[in-house]
Design a binder for this molecule. Structure first.
Ligand code: ZN
Length: 453
C-alpha cells in the first residue's frame, strides 16, 4: 500500500509539472486544487481496493473451512487465518458477501477507474470472486454444465475437438506401433519398459529438477533464498503436487502409486518446480504480495482463474526450458544412466511421446462428456484407455482425477494452449519467450488477457 501511494504521488507530481509547463496561463491555485482532488480520488480507489482485497482474503480463508482443499496456499498473517477458521461465516452468508463484493468492485472501481494497473488488479480480483461464488454454489449443491462450471471457476471455456478428430491420429499410430492386440495395450507395454526403478527415483528426479532450475535461472532472476523439498508419497489422486509455503519455499510431492516412467522426471521437474509452480508462486510473492502489498496474492484458492495460468505455464514451461532435441539429449545422456536404462533406446521412447502428444486434448473431450452425463464412468474409462493409450489402471487414475477435480482438468491442456498462444505470438526468439513467461508469472493475468494481447 505504501508503495502504491508513493507511486501515485510521484505520478501526479510528474503530471502536474508537465501540465504547468504547457498551461502557463492557468492559475497555479486551480492546478493545486485539481491535484488535491485527483490525489484524493486516487487514494480513495486505492484504499477501496485494498479493503476489498483484504475482505477477499478473509472470506477465502473462511471458505477453506467448508472445503479442505479450497485454500491451496496461504502465507499472509497467521492471526488472520486463525481468526477466520475459529468463527467462519456459513456458506450462505459467505455467498451473499461474495456477491456484495463483486457488485462493489464493479460500481466503485471498474466503472470509475481509468488507471490500467488498477483496472488489471480489480479485474483479476473480480475473477477470483466470481470463481469463489461458483465454487460455493457447487458446494451448496448447485449443478453446472461443464462449460458453465469452467467459465465460472476459471473464466474461460475450452475449445474442444470431437473424439472423431483423434481417430485419424490413432489410425496413423496403428501402422507405426508394431505388434498385435489393441493399440493402447501395445503402447502401454512399450512405455512400461521405461519405468524408473523405485530405488533410482530420487537421483533421477534430483538431476532433472536441477537441470530445470539451471535452465530457468539462465533467463530469470530467482531469489537467493528460494528452495524446495521433494518427497515421494502414495495414495493421492494426482501424479505430482507443489505445496507453496511462502518465503520462496515449496514442498514438492511425487506420487508413486503407479510406476513412474523416465519422461515424467523432466515433466514434473519443470511443472512443479522450474519454471512451473514453484517459480510462479515465488514471483507472485515477490512482485505482487511483497512488492506491491497486494494482499489478495497471499492466498491461492485452488479453483480460480489463476489456476489456468498456473497449470498452463507449468506445462508450457517444459517446452520452454527444453527444445525437443535438448530434452532427448539430456534424458539420454544424464537421466537414462542414472535410472539404469539403456540410453540407446531413448530415441524410440522420445519419438513415441512426441507422436502421442497430439492425443492429449482428447482427455478434456472425454471429461466434458462424462461430467455432463453424456457417458457413464465405464464408458469414460474405456474411452480414456482408447484415446489416451493407457492401461486400465492408468485410465482409472485419470478418470479418478476428473471425479475429484472435475473441470479443473481444463487448466492443463487448454491452459497450456492459451499460454503458448500468448508467448509464441509472432514467433519471437528465445529471450523474448522467457521475458513473456516472466511477465505472466508476475502479473495478475486472466485467461482473456492471454487471448487478447
Ligand atoms: Zn500443476
Amino acid at each position: 500500500m505504501k508503495i502504491i501511494t508513493k507511486a501515485a504521488l510521484l505520478g501526479t507530481a510528474v503530471i502536474l509539472s508537465a501540465c504547468a509547463a504547457k498551461t502557463v496561463t492557468q492559475p497555479i491555485r486551480q492546478i493545486a486544487v485539481m491535484t488535491e482532488e485527483s490525489l484524493a480520488a486516487d487514494n480513495k480507489v486505492d484504499q477501496l481496493i485494498t479493503g476489498f482485497a483484504f475482505e477477499y482474503v478473509r472470506l477465502t480463508l473462511e471458505a477453506g473451512t467448508h472445503e479442505a482443499e479450497w485454500v491451496d496456499a496461504y502465507y499472509g498473517p497467521e492471526d488472520l487465518q486463525s481468526r477466520a477458521t475459529k468463527s467462519p461465516r456459513s456458506k450462505e452468508s459467505l455467498l451473499a458477501d461474495i456477491k456484495i463484493l463483486i457488485a462493489r468492485i464493479d460500481a466503485e472501481v471498474l466503472q470509475k477507474e481509468t488507471r490500467a494497473d488498477v483496472l488489471q488488479r480489480a479485474s483479476a480480483l473480480r475473477g477470483m470472486l466470481v470463481a469463489a461464488d461458483t465454487r460455493m454454489r457447487m458446494l451448496s449443491g448447485e449443478k453446472f454444465k461443464f462449460d458453465d462450471e469452467a467459465k465460472g471457476q476459471f473464466a474461460t471455456v475450452p475449445q474442444l475437438k470431437t473424439l472423431s478428430h483423434y481417430d485419424a491420429i490413432l489410425a496413423r499410430l496403428e501402422t507405426e506401433i508394431p505388434g498385435t492386440g489393441p493399440l493402447a495395450t501395445r503402447v502401454d507395454a512399450f512405455n512400461e519398459r521405461y519405468v524408473i526403478p523405485k530405488e533410482r527415483l530420487k537421483p533421477v528426479f534430483d538431476a532433472a529438477i536441477a537441470e530445470c532450475r539451471k535452465r530457468t535461472a539462465q533467463h530469470m532472476t530467482l531469489p537467493n533464498d528460494e528452495s524446495f523439498v521433494m518427497e515421494f508419497v502414495t495414495g493421492k489422486p494426482w501424479s505430482g503436487y507443489n505445496y507453496y509455503k511462502g518465503n520462496y519455499k515449496s514442498l514438492i510431492q511425487i506420487n508413486t502409486d503407479l510406476p513412474i516412467r523416465i519422461s515424467r522426471a523432466v515433466d514434473l521437474g519443470c511443472h512443479e518446480g522450474y519454471p512451473g509452480h514453484h517459480v510462479l508462486n515465488l514471483m507472485i510473492e515477490s512482485k505482487l504480495a511483497r512488492g506491491k502489498s497486494w494482499s489478495e496474492f497471499t492466498v491461492n484458492p485452488l479453483y480460480s482463474p489463476q489456476s489456468v495460468v498456473s497449470e498452463g505455464s507449468a506445462n508450457y514451461g517444459i517446452d520452454l526450458a527444453f527444445s525437443p532435441a535438448e530434452r532427448l539429449a539430456f534424458e539420454r545422456d544424464v537421466l537414462y544412466p542414472l535410472a539404469g536404462l539403456d540410453p540407446k533406446t531413448a530415441e524410440a521412447f522420445w519419438k513415441l511421446q512426441q507422436a502421442t502428444e497430439a492425443l492429449s486434448g482428447a482427455r478434456l473431450t472425454i471429461a466434458k462428456l462424462y461430467l455432463d452425463g453424456e457417458i457413464d464412468r465405464a464408458k469414460a474409462l474405456e474411452l480414456t484407455q482408447k484415446y489416451q493409450l493407457l492401461s486400465p489402471k492408468r485410465a482409472e487414475q485419470q478418470v479418478g482425477f476428473t471425479d475429484h477435480y472435475r473441470s479443473y482438468v481444463i487448466n492443463y491442456g487448454w491452459g497450456k494452449e492459451l499460454v503458448k498462444g500468448y508467448i509464441e505470438r509472432g514467433n519471437p526468439d528465445k529471450v523474448e519467450r522467457w521475458r513473456r513467461m516472466e511477465k505472466i508469472l508476475s502479473e495478475p493475468v486472466l485467461p482473456a488477457d492471454l487471448a487478447a494481447q
